[in-house]
Design a binder for this molecule. Sequence first.
Ligand SMILES: [Zn+2]
Length: 143
Amino acid sequence: MLTCSKTYKDIPFAHRQPLHEGHCSKIHGHNWSITLEFQASELDKNGFVVDFGKLKYIKAFIDSTLDHACLFSKDDAIIGDLANSSYGDLFNICWVENASCEGIALFLYETFSKLIKENEGERVSIKTITLHEDAKNFVTYTP
Ligand SMILES: [Zn+2]
């Protein structure tokens, strides 16, 4: 099977782990990188797994939802109070099930898989997604 990969680098956004006993409970940011590995049941008419030039909907999602945003867990009550206060406008919040690197990778897999299906049909799917917090720490999800 042929695969191809596309990486989106240096996407600044913040998160926090409300239950963590260390510094991860504080709101903090990283310059995240996302690598999507695509697989296809057959190549397209150009001989591509996926045409990188047609993935603008992925970049559009990153720019509109992740860039300079805060990804917080849906059950983070303190952030919920903050979001509903007069300070709520300070944050571009994207709520996820769990704002760990692992949870964000799952969220991005589900989001991008839906977009890929809408735009590419059944021929192409995401084989793996790798989410880098920084140069040292990353998570890979393979469904
Ligand atoms: Zn972090």
